[in-house]
Design a protein around this ligand. Structure first.
Ligand code: RIB
Length: 309
């Protein structure tokens, strides 16, 4: 059987991760427990997760010409992601994310775009042939908006399905074209940033999802953390429950979810089945520390889904 083909257009960061008993308050200095540099970036995490789940994945992105750039490329290659469309950007640093993780597994993240901010619309347009041959194209919001729009436009031109993970939450309204994707997969705070509706339960999630569909998204797959996910299409909502687990670190759980959704859809599964795969991948990512190293294999996710049933 042909492996599902996924193209991820997005960010590649080195995560600078500190662990501490609790997150610091503004103005406070705390003693931390541990510091590590770990490959991350929402786009790269999704690419790695999709590859671990069995897809053939091509990444379109940029790293800097610094030491992190080489390490980030090696990590993608190690996990089997195609990097022929990842460019090294001369005289520019790689993207980084400063991440604090507390004992509960909750985190606070600051992203500095670096080379991700230099991924241009032309870079993406030059990759039209690989986009045309994909089953699904996945984008997020850690690269310039015009670049993301070009990725969606190019995919649409070739009838390739698009998933927008609108993360990090946008601070200004998104252009209409960006919201007219096949699937939009916000978490609760991103859904609130996009719609102004505070999402705290299934009913409020459904209200926000309806707004996103009215704006042009064909399907909404809202990540609801421990509650699982809400699918909303054609005026109807469906709740997909998640199984709770011991949480070590929630970093990149949303990326694992989006990758599971993409792989499920690319395999021809129903939206509910693909969302279940996303929920399971996201849950499993919470049980391991870090971003890319926490992305679960297909074997582990399938085993988890069998036990859950
Ligand atoms: O979603 C988690 C990711 O967000 C981290 O890996 C970090 O790089 C930021 O992009």
């Amino acid at each position: 059987m042909r492996a599902p083909q996924i193209v991820v257009v997005g960010s590649i960061n080195m995560d600078l991760v500190a662990r501490m008993s609790r997150l610091p308050r503004p103005g406070e200095t705390l003693h931390g427990d541990d510091f590590q540099t770990i490959p991350g970036g929402k786009g790269a995490n999704q690419a790695v997760a999709a590859a671990r789940l069995g897809a053939q994945v091509t990444m379109i992105g940029r790293v800097g010409d610094d030491a992190f750039g080489g390490e980030l490329l090696r990590s993608l290659e190690l996990y089997g992601v195609g990097t022929q469309y990842v460019q090294k950007t001369a005289n520019y640093p790689s993207g980084v994310a400063v991440i604090n993780v507390e004992a509960s597994g909750a985190n606070a993240i600051v992203v500095i775009a670096g080379a991700n901010g230099r991924l241009t619309a032309d870079d993406v347009a030059n990759c039209a042939s690989v986009i045309a041959s994909a089953d699904v194209v996945v984008v997020q919001l850690e690269t310039p908006v015009e670049t993301v729009i070009t990725a969606i436009r190019t995919a649409r031109k070739f009838n390739v399905r698009t998933i927008l993970d609108p993360a990090p939450a946008p601070s200004s309204p998104l252009p209409a074209e960006l919201q007219s994707v096949d699937y939009i997969s916000p978490n609760q705070s991103e859904a609130e940033a996009l719609t102004g509706i505070v999402v705290y339960d299934l009913a409020s999630a459904e209200r926000a999802a309806k707004v996103l569909c009215d704006r042009g998204a064909r399907h909404v797959v809202m990540k609801l953390g421990e509650l699982g996910a809400l699918i909303y299409s054609d005026g109807k909502g469906e709740h997909i429950a998640a199984v709770s687990t011991e949480i070590v670190d929630t970093t990149a759980a949303g990326d694992a979810f989006t990758a599971g959704l993409a792989v499920g859809l690319a395999e021809g599964r129903t939206l509910a089945e693909a969302t279940k795969l996303g929920c399971a991948a996201g849950t499993m990512a919470c049980t391991v520390f870090g971003a890319q190293p926490a992305m679960p294999t297909r074997e582990k996710v399938d085993q988890f889904l069998r036990v859950e049933r």
